[in-house]
Design a protein around this ligand. Structure first.
Ligand SMILES: [Zn+2]
Length: 346
């Protein structure tokens, strides 16, 4: 319970309450001392592991006995607040830490302790196995997005600031891991956790789905002006591009398999029979890929690193799929081409 001042610590006379500067303050009539109330500094640590779990301690004594909270304690007069955070972390949870950055400073009026200034840091786990010490009953890592009710509202506020800060980064990391599934097998990754999640760029796939005609139209215009040799074949090529877009969409939605792309081997043979030069086909496919990406970034307003990442992710995924299309087109083209024989060097 918050302690009340009864006597003046300087002269021992009883203090009185007096209205001063818009507040009620303790005042000593004898020695004219005004007792200003200042918040006590409290230091607190957020330690999060690679699985995005935060280290909490279960309080072994009142107030809030039996409830979970971040490692927390009062800073002393002769120590830096951040050193107090690391000291409390060691005392309560048995863990060595390094300060990463300041997360939050919150002032609260607490029933037990009065006015508090709670300073919360993000702290890197630098050593030691979590072991309850001091007044802690237990220590445990909890998923940072699925926390139990916490003893201090300031802890909840700081953790909200912490997760908001990392939200975009985590979304990008999760999505990127799917682009290269083999990364999952590396020790620090957690298989299964992110596999069911959707690619961030799926939102753009829907846009491609909806605007296929428009994208094909833009492509046709660009091919006509950029690759004049192809203009007499535009009707055939527009159909080819439409099929390519369909396969790319299927591929992006995870629906396409190798058979989806095998049909482009037939298309490759047709291109050869029509006497179209393969470098021009290659060029047209490069434009097809560029058109999708350009269409998407023109339709979406890019306003955050996350959104920029999403468009780059889409481009990355599309490159893989176009490579497959081009591979089968060229394979079919070579089926029809006369066998290549190198002139022996003389
Ligand atoms: Zn006094």
């Amino acid at each position: 319970m918050r302690k009340q001042r009864i006597y003046c610590p300087y002269c021992g006379e009883p203090v009185v309450q007096r209205h001063m500067e818009g507040k009620i303050r303790d005042f000593c009539m004898e020695c004219s001392n005004v007792f200003y109330e200042n918040p006590l500094p409290v230091a607190c640590s957020i330690v999060v592991n690679e699985d995005r779990e935060v280290l909490l301690v279960k309080r072994g004594k009142d107030p809030y006995k039996g409830m979970w909270c971040l490692p927390i304690g009062f800073a002393e007069a002769d120590e830096e607040v951040k050193d107090a955070a690391l000291r409390e972390l060691k005392e309560e949870a048995g863990v060595e830490g390094e300060i990463v950055r300041l997360v939050d400073v919150d002032t609260v009026d607490n029933y037990y302790y009065g006015s508090l200034a709670i300073v919360t840091y993000e702290v890197r786990h630098a050593g030691g196995t979590p072991t309850p010490g001091d007044d802690a009953e237990e220590t445990r890592f909890f998923p940072v997005l699925e926390l139990p009710p916490l003893a201090w509202s300031s802890n909840e506020k700081a953790l909200k600031i912490y997760t908001d800060f990392y939200r975009d980064t985590w979304a990008m990391v999760d999505s990127y891991k799917q682009l290269f599934p083999e990364i999952h097998s590396m020790g620090e990754m957690t298989p299964g956790l992110t596999e069911q999640k959707a690619f961030l760029s799926n939102v753009l796939v829907k846009l491609i789905d909806k605007n296929t005609d428009e994208i094909t139209g833009e492509w046709t215009t660009e091919v006509r002006s950029g690759i004049p040799a192809l203009s007499i074949h535009m009707k055939f090529l527009s159909e080819v591009n439409r099929k390519v877009l369909k396969s790319i969409r299927n591929g992006l939605q995870g629906k396409g398999d190798t058979l989806e792309y095998l049909k482009f081997r037939d298309t490759g043979r047709d291109l050869r029979r029509l006497g179209i030069d393969f470098p021009d086909v290659f060029n047209a496919m490069a434009l097809s890929r560029k058109r999708i990406w350009m269409h998407v970034i023109q339709k979406k307003i890019l306003s955050s690193p996350l959104e920029i990442y999403i468009t780059l992710e889409l481009n990355n995924r599309i490159i893989f799929l176009y490579d497959k299309v081009i591979y089968y087109l060229s394979a079919g083209y070579m089926d029809e081409a006369p066998a290549f024989t190198a002139e022996p060097a003389r």
